[in-house]
Write a protein that binds this ligand. Structure first.
Ligand code: SAM
Length: 351
């Protein structure tokens, strides 16, 4: 494919036009230093038009690593007997929010494995309490697949946002990453239910997951174009040694940044994090993510004594700017590249 053809596809993206699956695939297959640089410039320009130089922060509370699922890539999968399990109590979670609020966080992300103890009653009373204590803050949930009725109750209790990565938009690929019990159809059902109910919804995927191809990535991008998520979490796949994919290689930082730029252009107002996984594989991963079009960072508010137990992958970054307590480090890092960390709920801008 000629440089001209790639420029034409990038031009369409910059004008927010729809691309075909084939065009997305070409964009991935024909990635060059030049196309990456061009996309990065366009993505940063677009993000600056909408969000200026503001970086939103989310306080991440990893509420439990107990999970009934057995996703083949994930270190907290049910079959991992080497995972030392924990679950935070309601009071412990509230204490995390208290600390986070005083540090300047105005969004709390409650993330965890799928765990029968997190009943609707438990979660609704927790959400209500957070909302009473911190009415100026958003509550984001990332607790996996639940029934529509459950999502409805959580939304009525005051939860604002829900993160549920689609993981891959190719059903065959999905089946290779998950046990038979889990289905692509149910993942999609959850995402569409969440959106219909009124949540701000986040989808996303791992870059470089086993069996991923340019074609499956093109489907991911097309899905994002059509689903129009409020948030999109992408980060490199990183092997966890106790999982079936423990010997696979990590996803590439360059490709992750390239995809961040493309996603910014597909949906200019999307809330796009520079993820912990990106910071875990590259010392400058957070900065590189922001400089590719991301506008969100999610420092960890989980109690320090269990933070390492939430080990989705090996060598997770848990210190400095990845830690809520290291917020000053993050602020300095961001200011060094011309960005400002703000105290704000950080809702998606309405265009
Ligand atoms: N159980 C909830 C769910 O399924 O959405 C939330 C927790 S789940 C562990 C959060 C995300 O971690 C997953 O959506 C997946 O993309 C990511 N993840 C899991 N294992 C990973 C790995 N080895 N490398 C990178 N990301 C991983």
């Amino acid at each position: 494919m000629s440089k001209e053809e790639i420029r034409e596809i990038v031009g369409k993206l910059a004008e927010n036009a729809s691309l075909s699956l084939c065009e997305y695939k070409k964009l991935i297959e024909e990635r060059t230093h030049d196309s990456a640089a061009l996309l990065r410039v366009l993505a940063v320009k677009k993000r600056k038009e909408i969000y200026g130089n503001r970086v939103f922060i989310r306080g991440l509370v990893e509420i439990s690593n107990i999970c009934r699922n057995d996703c083949l890539y994930c270190g907290i999968r049910k079959s991992n007997k080497n995972c030392s399990r924990y679950r935070l109590s309601k009071d412990e979670i509230l204490a995390c929010c208290k600390e986070g609020h005083s540090l300047g966080f105005r969004t709390f992300v409650l993330q965890g494995g799928e765990n029968a103890v997190f009943t609707d009653d438990f979660l609704c009373s927790l959400i209500e309490k957070i909302k009473v204590n911190y009415g100026d803050s958003a509550v984001t949930l990332s607790l996996g697949e639940r029934s529509r009725e459950s999502y409805e109750r959580l939304f009525s209790a005051g939860a604002d946002r829900y993160l549920l990565r689609h993981e891959t938009a190719d059903s065959g690929h999905y089946a290779k990453l998950h046990p038979e019990k889990m289905s692509f159809e149910n993942r999609m059902r959850c995402l569409y239910d969440l959106k219909e109910i009124g949540f701000a919804v986040g989808c996303g995927f791992m870059v470089g997951s086993p069996f991923q191809t340019a074609e499956t990535l093109a489907k991911d991008l097309k899905f994002i174009e059509e689903f129009k998520p409020h948030m999109c979490g992408i980060g490199p796949f990183i092997p966890q040694s106790d999982t079936p994919f423990g010997n696979e290689k990590s996803g590439e930082v360059d490709l992750t940044c390239y995809l961040l730029s493309i996603i910014r252009l597909i949906q200019p107002n999307v809330l796009l994090p520079a993820t912990t996984a990106l910071a875990s594989v590259d010392k400058y991963g957070c900065e590189r993510g922001i400089m590719s079009g991301a506008n969100v960072v999610m420092p960890n508010l989980t109690p320090v004594n269990v933070r390492k137990k939430y080990a989705l992958y090996d060598n997770k970054a848990v210190e400095d700017s990845e830690s809520a307590q290291g917020l000053d480090v993050l602020k300095n890092k961001m200011s060094a590249i011309g960005y400002e960390v703000v105290t704000d709920r950080g809702d998606m801008a309405v265009l």
